[in-house]
Design a protein around this ligand. Structure first.
Ligand code: ZN
Length: 117
C-alpha cells in the first residue's frame, strides 16, 4: 500500500489525542462490512458481520489512520488464527480487493463485495 499524500493531522495533534480511537468507529465498521461482505480469506463464506476486523498492517501507537477502513479487513476467527499462525499476508487495494500472499508465495485475489455482488 502506498501512503496517502497528505497527512490529515499534525504530529502534535496525534499525540495530544486521547486513546479513544483504538477501536474503529461504527461508521468504519459498517463500511468494512459492506465492502467485504464475507470473511476476506480466499474461498471463505463466513458473513462479515460474524467476523472480526483485522488490521492489514498493525498500526503503531498514535497512528489513527491505522484504524481506518483502508487498513481493516473482515476475517473470521478461524482465518485470523490461520493468518497469524501460517503467515498469510493481506494487501488491501484501493477498490476493496484483498490480495493474499500465501506462505508459499502464491497470491490469491479476493474481489470486494461491491464488485462481485
Ligand atoms: Zn474465514
Amino acid at each position: 500500500m502506498t501512503a496517502s499524500p497528505a497527512p490529515r493531522r499534525s504530529v502534535a495533534a496525534t499525540h495530544a489525542g486521547p486513546p479513544s480511537s483504538r477501536r474503529p468507529s461504527v461508521q468504519t465498521v459498517a463500511a468494512v462490512l459492506a465492502r467485504d461482505g464475507t470473511c476476506t480469506f480466499p474461498g471463505c463464506r463466513v458473513p462479515a458481520f460474524r467476523c472480526d476486523l483485522d488490521h492489514v498492517v498493525a498500526p503503531r501507537p498514535g497512528d489513527e489512520q491505522g484504524h481506518d477502513a483502508g487498513n481493516l479487513v473482515a476475517l473470521c476467527r478461524h482465518h485470523r488464527v490461520v493468518r497469524a499462525r501460517d503467515g498469510w499476508r493481506p494487501a488491501l487495494l484501493a477498490d476493496g480487493t484483498v490480495r493474499w500472499t500465501a506462505p508459499s508465495g502464491h497470491t490469491y485475489v479476493r474481489p470486494s463485495a461491491w464488485r462481485s455482488a
